[in-house]
Design a protein around this ligand. Structure first.
Ligand SMILES: Cc1cc2nc3c(=O)[nH]c(=O)nc-3n(C[C@H](O)[C@H](O)[C@H](O)COP(=O)(O)OP(=O)(O)OC[C@H]3O[C@@H](n4cnc5c(N)ncnc54)[C@H](O)[C@@H]3O)c2cc1C
Length: 581
């Protein structure tokens, strides 16, 4: 029986154990979720469909007209995750992610506006709000009378969120907030702000608390819309707090635990960004395949050329794998798993990068047309780029993914060291831990004879792809071990090595999700019906095998020191140093 409080597929995998019960069978939506979603899809096509032509002009203008935002409110797009009794659709993570996917097929700026409200703006209320806070704000948030925003980033504090300078000082029954936030999505039209401020010593990195702030509180202001590269029609502004008196009952979560609140919000909201990325990919695939069918060169439609097929085939693999991963993470949330941060971070990194690849290649298939603003490709490329930056940059998330795994493995190694000490006092206990570790290492090395080191429930049609997964799992365990032994505590500063481990982990979790999804498809309709999906599993597994082998070989055989020296050389001069003149 899996313990949902502590179980994590990836954390177990890094210790050499495949917890197949966590990811099998592949999750499905409930009948009632399907029915509600079908209603949402119809509403979206009636409401957003007629605006297809407007999205381009609103992108150029850099904002939505207020009447369109009112249409979004009336269509219920701000009510997705709010409980039914407060006027919402009560979507769980799977249904929410699927709904955002559908919104993103029309326009990324709309998806970001709706997503920032439900994924991060009001999610703190959903996760940490008191009953009084919820009943007060949910009804207005559900109708869109209040749109929500998440205010963490400041001019001097981006990835390093603990360094925020906004302060909240307790005065009687209020907190007095002072500070400025930048690049806040929905900043220009939100009335409900989840704000992070220092309540401890402002010079220290701890003591952050979260607050519910509303626009009607004197001292709250927002700046003009930022002129951005992409998602241009979505509102991004500064939000400032000048001696804002926030009632004590608007503290969100515990005092001093705001950093935990922020991370929980971002983790829980990741399936929104993932769903949006999948929606973007599906739209791009429709555009690129239609274009490849229509465009004739050298007397043939360009779809006949291998290099065009290669791009489209890869788009399909990327989209299917991203969808499988995002759906799986959403299921972990819905099923009540508490430790899913690593899997959620993986889904964000993979989906955002898959969307970027897909957008870039779709534009390349359209080529000259792709570069022209008359066609949607250039807008989709611009819109897709933000996903690698916000809600945690992909670099920071890679560090988080790998360092979590190494922390676990480090603990295990420390336990071995500790139990060696214990051998003399308590030989049975000591040898127990050692032999457990030795058996796991041996099982990892041989891949046989130990429960939990193989999949047992996948359909036999997946044997080859399953084999790749199990081999690569052994590579992952060996890589973690090698990197830790090589760098020890210094690993925190060895980012080249850390990224390698993260890349292996990302590939393995995504492959596990693909295996689970294809297994589900075979069970539902048989191997013949799932033939194309088996192609995806085999193709993706082959790509994973090659990447993992390559990455593992780079642990000891790499060019890191030269690359670092070149970067340092460039930083010193702030330019490229060579010329042929
Ligand atoms: C359109 C848009 C909307 C946004 N919406 C919101 C919002 O609603 N609410 C909100 O609070 N914020 C929002 N943000 C801010 C966003 O979350 C930040 O931009 C993001 O967290 C990165 O911070 P930064 O831009 O300051 O980059 P920095 O933290 O300065 O990073 C710069 C570069 O250095 C890398 N880097 C930084 N630290 C490390 C490290 N330790 N190791 C290795 N590499 C590192 C980063 O990966 C990046 O490549 C938004 C930003 C944009 C552009």
């Amino acid at each position: 029986m899996v313990d949902k409080q502590t179980a994590s597929f990836m954390r177990s995998l890094c210790m050499g154990r495949i917890e197949e019960d966590i990811i099998l069978p592949f999750p499905a939506l409930t009948t009632s979720e399907k029915e509600t979603l079908e209603g949402v899809i119809t509403t979206l096509s009636q409401m957003l469909g007629p605006h297809e032509g407007d999205f381009r002009s609103w992108d150029r203008k850099g904002e939505f007209p207020p009447e369109f935002v009112n249409e979004l409110k009336e269509a219920g797009l701000f009510s997705f995750v709010i409980p039914e009794e407060h006027g919402g659709l009560a979507f769980g993570s799977k249904a929410y992610s699927r709904a955002l996917q559908e919104v993103a097929r029309y326009d990324a700026s709309v998806a970001v506006t709706v997503g920032a409200h439900s994924s991060i703006g009001m999610r703190g209320l959903l996760l940490f709000g008191t009953e009084a806070q919820r009943s007060r704000y949910y009804p207005k948030l559900a109708t869109g009378e209040m749109i929500a925003a998440f205010c963490l980033t400041e001019p001097g504090s981006g990835s390093d969120a603990a360094s925020i300078k906004t302060t909240a000082v307790r005065e009687g029954d209020s907190w007095v907030l002072n500070g400025s936030k930048i690049w806040i999505t929905n900043g220009g039209m939100a009335d409900f702000f989840t704000v992070f401020a220092k309540t401890g010593d402002p010079k220290e990195r701890k003591g952050v608390s979260a607050f519910i702030v509303t626009r009607d509180m004197p001292g709250v202001t927002s700046g003009p819309h930022e002129d951005k590269m992409g998602i241009r029609a979505s509102s991004t502004t500064t939000v400032s707090f000048d001696n804002v008196r926030v009632p004590a009952e608007n503290l969100l979560g515990d005092e001093g635990k705001g950093f935990k609140v922020a991370m929980a919000i971002l983790n829980s909201g990741r399936t929104g960004l993932g769903g949006g990325s999948v929606g973007g990919m599906k739209k791009l695939i429709s555009l690129a395949t239609a274009q490849a069918n229509q465009r004739v060169q050298f007397g043939k439609p360009i779809r006949d050329f291998g290099l065009v097929k290669q791009k489209v085939g890869q788009m399909i693999i990327d989209c299917y794998a991203a969808e499988a991963t995002v759906t799986m993470v959403a299921e972990l949330v819905d099923a009540g798993y508490e430790d899913y941060q690593v899997e959620a971070a993986i889904s964000k990194v993979f989906a955002s990068e898959a969307l970027n690849r897909t957008a870039d290649e779709a534009l390349q298939i359209a080529a000259g047309n792709g570069f022209m603003c008359e066609f949607p490709y250039e807008r989709l490329v611009r819109d897709s780029r933000i996903n690698r930056i916000f809600e945690g940059t992909n670099e920071i998330l890679r560090l988080f993914i790998a360092l979590t795994a190494m922390n676990d493995a480090g603990q295990s190694l420390r336990e071995i060291a500790k139990s060696l000490e214990g051998v003399f006092n308590d030989p049975i206990k000591g040898f127990g831990v050692i032999s457990e570790y030795a058996m796991r290492r041996a099982a990892m090395a041989t891949g046989i004879g130990r429960e939990g080191t193989t999949f047992t429930r996948l359909d036999p049609a997946l044997k080859a792809a399953q084999g790749v997964f199990e081999d690569s799992t052994r590579d992952l365990a060996a890589a973690t071990d090698r990197i830790l032994r090589k760098h020890g505590r210094a690993i925190i500063d060895k980012q080249f090595a850390t990224k390698r481990l993260a890349d292996i982990m990302i590939d393995l979790f995504v492959l596990a999700c693909v295996l689970s999804r294809v297994d589900g498809a075979i069970r539902k309709g048989g191997a013949n019906a799932a033939a194309r999906e088996l192609d995806i599993a085999n193709a993706f597994a082959g790509q994973v095998r090659r990447r993992v082998r390559n990455t593992v070989s780079e642990i000891d055989d790499n060019q890191d020191e030269w690359v670092k020296a070149l970067a340092d050389h460039a930083f010193e001069r702030e330019r490229y140093s060579w010329d042929t003149l």
